[in-house]
Ligand binder design. Structure first.
Ligand code: CDP
Length: 204
């Protein structure tokens, strides 16, 4: 069984994906980490992010064991990820890993931007999670404060708006809801309410 969860930056899709996976005993993959890690590896190799050859090499050689690197968290890593995520060869190189991950028994939950549309168009359940940019910036701000990382609400809102624009307007696999996705607007819902609503969708 495959559950695809897509949505814009800081919409709560990662939290939801982890909770569903824990609830069902499924594997879980935050596919944003793949793009964050490719950008990290390009820079570690001293290439520029717009160097397609270096980006493709980094995507092909990506070691999934390095996805828990704390350096992949935060605003700069997310921005760099959305720059290299526009490169078609990078997306193509990461596709098979994601599809193989999705096929694992007893099931898998993948969250990202194009899971229901491109990576797993035949997913059993597709959920598209949204919230207003202001609410998403407020949540990111709380996360940053909890980790003791300096970032203003205004800067986080600006980042969310620019990343949404970049992710939605790119030519390949843009951020989009699959036609058969069920939408959850989390603007006024806390994590427990979002989880409860997803569990209702899955049990239907
Ligand atoms: O956690 P947050 O929503 O802020 O970001 P993320 O899911 O880690 O994704 C970082 C960036 O990777 C996004 O802004 C996208 O540009 C890109 N991405 C993508 O293109 N396709 C995916 N399936 C996942 C992420």
């Amino acid at each position: 069984m495959i559950i695809a969860i897509d949505g814009p930056a800081a919409s709560g899709k990662g939290t939801l994906a982890k909770r569903i996976a824990a609830h069902l005993g499924f594997h879980v993959l935050d596919t944003g980490l793949l793009y964050r890690a490719v950008a990290r590896d390009i820079e570690h190799a001293h290439f520029r992010l717009d160097d397609r050859w270096a980006a493709l090499a980094a995507a092909r050689n990506l070691n999934p064991a390095t996805l828990d690197d704390p350096a992949l968290r935060g605003v700069p890593a997310g921005d760099k990820a959305s720059v290299i995520a526009k490169i078609p060869e990078v997306r193509a190189a990461l596709l098979q890993y994601q599809r193989d991950f999705a096929r694992q028994a007893p099931g898998a939950v993948l969250d990202g931007r194009d899971i229901g549309t491109v990576v797993c168009p035949n997913a059993d359940i597709k959920i598209y999670v949204t919230a207003t940019p202001q609410e998403r910036a407020r949540r990111r701000h709380l996360e940053h404060q909890a980790r003791g990382e300096p970032a203003t609400y205004e800067a986080l809102l600006a980042d969310i708006l620019s990343r949404d624009a970049r992710d939605s307007s790119r030519a390949i696999a843009p951020l989009a809801a699959a036609p058969d996705a069920i939408h959850i607007d989390t603007t006024t819902l806390d994590a427990d309410a979002v989880f409860a609503s997803a569990v209702r969708i899955i049990s239907r």
